[in-house]
Design a protein around this ligand. Structure first.
Ligand SMILES: *[C@@H]1O[C@H](CO)[C@@H](O)[C@H](O)[C@H]1NC(C)=O
Ligand SMILES: *[C@@H]1O[C@H](CO)[C@@H](O)[C@H](O)[C@H]1NC(C)=O
Ligand SMILES: *[C@@H]1O[C@H](CO)[C@@H](O)[C@H](O)[C@H]1NC(C)=O
Ligand SMILES: [Mg+2]
Length: 269
C-alpha cells in the first residue's frame, strides 16, 4: 500500500518536473523565434525611427533657435520627423501657442488714438502656407526648385494659417495698422498675392509691401529692415513683428517684440 503511494507520488513528481522543463523549452523557443523572425527587423526599424525622431527634434530645435548656419535642405534622416511634425498637428499647436503669446502681449499695449500703432507680418508661411508645395519636396529634404515654386505661387492657392488669421483679425479690429511685408516681387506676383491674401480672409491690412526696384537681389533682412525703417519714419510705432524666417526678425527697426513662427522646411537668408 505504502509502496504503491510512494511510486504514485514519484510518478506525479516526475510528470510535474517534465512539464516544467517542457514549459521552459517552449518559452525559450518562443523567445528565440521572436529574435530570429521578421518581426525583429521591424523592431530594429522602430529603433531607427526613434533614433531619427531624436535627431529630428534636435534638428528642429537648432534651426528654430537659428543655430544652424545657412542651410539648403533638411537632412534626409529627418524626413519622417518633419513630415509628422507638419502633418500631425504639432506644427499647428506650436503656431497656436505663439498666436496666444502675441494676443497676450497685444492686450497690454496702450493703444493711442492717433492711428499710428502698427504691426508687421511676413506673408509666406506666416499668413499663408506653402506646405502643399513643400510636400512635393519631401518637406524640404529635396532641393528648392525656383521654377516650380513660382508655378505654385502663381496659382494663388496658398491657404491661410488659421491661428495667424485670427491674430491678424483681432489686431486690425483693435485698431492696429497691419503692414504685410514680403520678399515677393511686386511686378510679377503683386496681383496674385493680393488675390490670394483676400481669398483667404486677409483683407483688413493697411498696406502690402512687395519687393521692387533697388531691393531686387537684396538680402531679406536688409530689404525688410529698410522698409520697416520707412514705416517708422512715417510715424508708425511697430509694436510687433511676426515671421517664420530669422531674416524677417533681424536687422534694424525690428519692432518692440518679434515673434518667430516655426518653419523646419526651409531657410532664407
Ligand atoms: C543613431 O544615430 C547615430 C548618430 O547619427 C548613429 O551613429 C547610430 O548608428 C544610430 N543608431 C541607430 C540604431 O540607427
Ligand atoms: C495688376 O492689376 C492691375 C489692376 O488691378 C492692372 O492694372 C495690372 O496690369 C496688373 N498687373 C499684372 C502684372 O497683371
Ligand atoms: C518700443 O520701441 C521703441 C523703439 O525702439 C522705443 O522707443 C519704445 O520705448 C519702445 N516701447 C516700449 C513700451 O517698450
Ligand atoms: Mg515667410
Amino acid at each position: 500500500m505504502m509502496k504503491a503511494t510512494m511510486v504514485q507520488r514519484a510518478v506525479e513528481g516526475l510528470t510535474l518536473f517534465a512539464a516544467r522543463i517542457l514549459n521552459t523549452v517552449v518559452v525559450v523557443l518562443v523567445k528565440m523565434h521572436s529574435t530570429w523572425s521578421p518581426s525583429s527587423s521591424a523592431a530594429a526599424e522602430d529603433d531607427d525611427d526613434d533614433n531619427d525622431t531624436g535627431y529630428g527634434l534636435s534638428w528642429r530645435l537648432a534651426v528654430e533657435a537659428n543655430n544652424v548656419g545657412p542651410w539648403q535642405t533638411v537632412p534626409a534622416r529627418c524626413y519622417r520627423h518633419v513630415q509628422k511634425y507638419i502633418m500631425e498637428g504639432q506644427y499647428q499647436n506650436d503656431v497656436q501657442l505663439i498666436a496666444d503669446q502675441i494676443l497676450n502681449y497685444a492686450r497690454e499695449i496702450p493703444l493711442s488714438s492717433d492711428g499710428f500703432d502698427a504691426w508687421v507680418f511676413d506673408v509666406d508661411d506666416t499668413c499663408i502656407s506653402n506646405i502643399n508645395y513643400y510636400k512635393t519636396l519631401r518637406f524640404g529634404c529635396d532641393a528648392f526648385d525656383k521654377v516650380k515654386f513660382k508655378e505654385w505661387i502663381t496659382k494663388g492657392a496658398c491657404p491661410a494659417i488659421p491661428s495667424v488669421l485670427k491674430v491678424f483679425n483681432t489686431l486690425t479690429e483693435k485698431g492696429f495698422k497691419v503692414f504685410l511685408l514680403t520678399g515677393r516681387d511686386q511686378a510679377i506676383l503683386g496681383n496674385i498675392t493680393t488675390r490670394n491674401l483676400h481669398s483667404q480672409g486677409f483683407t483688413a491690412y493697411y498696406r502690402l509691401i512687395l519687393r521692387q526696384g533697388e531691393y531686387k537681389g537684396e538680402s531679406v533682412s536688409k530689404y525688410k529692415s529698410e522698409k520697416r525703417k520707412e514705416i517708422e519714419r512715417e510715424g508708425y510705432r511697430i509694436w510687433g513683428n511676426v515671421g517664420d524666417q530669422w531674416s524677417d526678425l533681424q536687422g534694424y527697426s525690428l519692432g518692440n517684440r518679434t515673434f518667430k513662427l516655426p518653419n523646419p522646411m526651409y531657410f532664407i537668408a
